[in-house]
Design a protein. Structure first.
Length: 403
């Protein structure tokens, strides 16, 4: 057997064993704690409900009526975009984190509190395994420019939102709909015309041209300028701002040499797909890619463990989340462990197996088989173990702490 150490947030260790050394009980746990008369916490969130479905894709969420979601104040949703599907620009009332489950595409964000336009606009290519932060009030959109489906998991802190446990999206485009319509339809056309200094007829024409809401199917491909070149342009502009009123030919030459060297290192950072900001004067990065990254921990015949915390992606500090990605080999076991400072939202991304969760007094509160698509919420301090099946077990864990 082998022992695998974890980050400080995990008190225990991961223990990977082969199938010959593992036995586990069978049967699900429901009902009340033995001897306590209290209802066991709901760990499995069940199936999500459709909020919106169009030709371009669909948006699903897990209900805020589920006790685990209501108590933890964590909203959970999943976005699916078909080819040329576009989630129209919107903002949310919650600090959000997104994890790309499947496919690839492009996402954009507009950060209202950024110091200037070069920091305010954010466009990135995304792919399976990417982590994206979406601070509260950030306007964002997602677009699938590929042939395969794009699936994204969202989680967020809704404690200070309109309804704890539920995201509220505020669409900036779209037709007049009961749900997911543009917020502009709530204002009178005359007031909008006065606010923007245009004719009322122009406002009417603008709103009447909005045919769909929430998710649309684009009639033709949306093309984007070179994303990496745009990032370089952002950096050059920032350097010019920092130079300000400096004078002197020699000083300018020295700075140009320094800028060239930084340009080389910056290009290397992008080509490695690590997406780590080399310095704070570039911009605050909202994306981190785990796809081509070496795992933080590897155990032969056991599995891998990769964590994305605020040390790797500083913008996680603002949204208050971090991500752990675990891959267990066939019949491998992750030994009992608990998290002291965060609730765990677990999404099974591939394979299957069995997960057990116990309470603080040793009562079993969950003991069931899991498969791809299963979503669990494990409260802080509740120990759990995971046993992979014949096809292994892979899951992503979103934790309500940036550490």
């Amino acid at each position: 057997m082998a022992y695998l150490g974890l980050c400080p947030a995990f008190i225990s260790v991961l223990l990977f064993l082969t199938s010959s050394a593992v036995s586990t009980s069978v049967g699900s746990v429901r009902g009340k704690y033995a001897g306590r008369g209290e209802e066991a916490p709901q760990i499995d969130l069940g199936r999500p409900r459709d909020l919106l479905q169009t030709e371009g894709g669909r948006l699903r969420s897990w209900s805020e009526d589920i006790e685990a979601i209501r108590n933890s104040h964590i909203g959970v949703a999943e976005l699916e975009l078909e080819e040329d599907g576009l989630l129209v620009p919107q903002y949310s009332d919650a600090e959000k984190i997104a994890f790309v489950l499947e496919g690839s595409g492009v996402m954009g964000a507009n950060i209202p509190y950024a110091p200037n336009e070069y920091h305010r606009t954010f466009v990135r290519e995304v792919q399976s395994g990417d982590v994206v932060t979406l601070p509260k009030g950030t306007v964002y959109w997602w677009y699938n420019n590929r042939n395969d489906r794009l699936r994204v998991l969202f989680a967020g802190d809704t404690s200070l939102g309109v309804n704890p446990g539920r995201f509220h999206q505020f669409g900036l485009a779209g037709a007049r709909e009961t749900n997911f319509g543009s917020l502009l339809h709530g204002f009178s056309q005359g007031t909008l015309a006065d606010a923007w200094g245009v004719e009322k007829e122009r406002i009417r024409s603008l709103l009447d041209q909005q045919n769909d809401a929430g998710i649309v199917k684009c009639k033709q491909k949306i093309t984007f300028p070179d994303i990496y070149e745009e990032a370089r342009h952002q950096r050059r502009h920032q350097r010019e701002e920092e130079r300000g009123s400096r004078h002197g030919r020699r000083q300018r030459e020295d700075e140009d040499v320094e800028e060239t060297m930084n340009e080389i290192m910056y290009d290397e950072a992008f080509s490695a797909s690590r997406d780590r900001p080399a310095s704070s004067f570039y911009f605050e990065e909202l994306k981190y890619s785990t796809r081509n990254e070496y795992p933080d921990v590897y155990v032969k015949n056991g599995g891998t463990f990769t964590q994305v915390s605020s040390q790797k992606l500083p913008s996680l500090r603002q949204v208050g989340f971090s991500v752990v990605k675990v891959s267990l080999d066939q019949n491998a076991l992750e030994a009992p462990s608990f998290v002291r400072n965060a609730n765990q939202l677990i999404y099974i991304t591939q394979g299957g197996g069995r997960i057990q969760v116990t309470s603080g007094d040793g009562e079993s509160v969950f003991d069931e088989d899991v498969q791809e698509g299963t979503v669990l919420v494990i409260p802080k301090f509740f120990p759990s173990l995971k046993l992979a099946g014949e096809n292994g077990l892979e899951y992503v864990c979103l934790l309500s702490s940036h550490r």
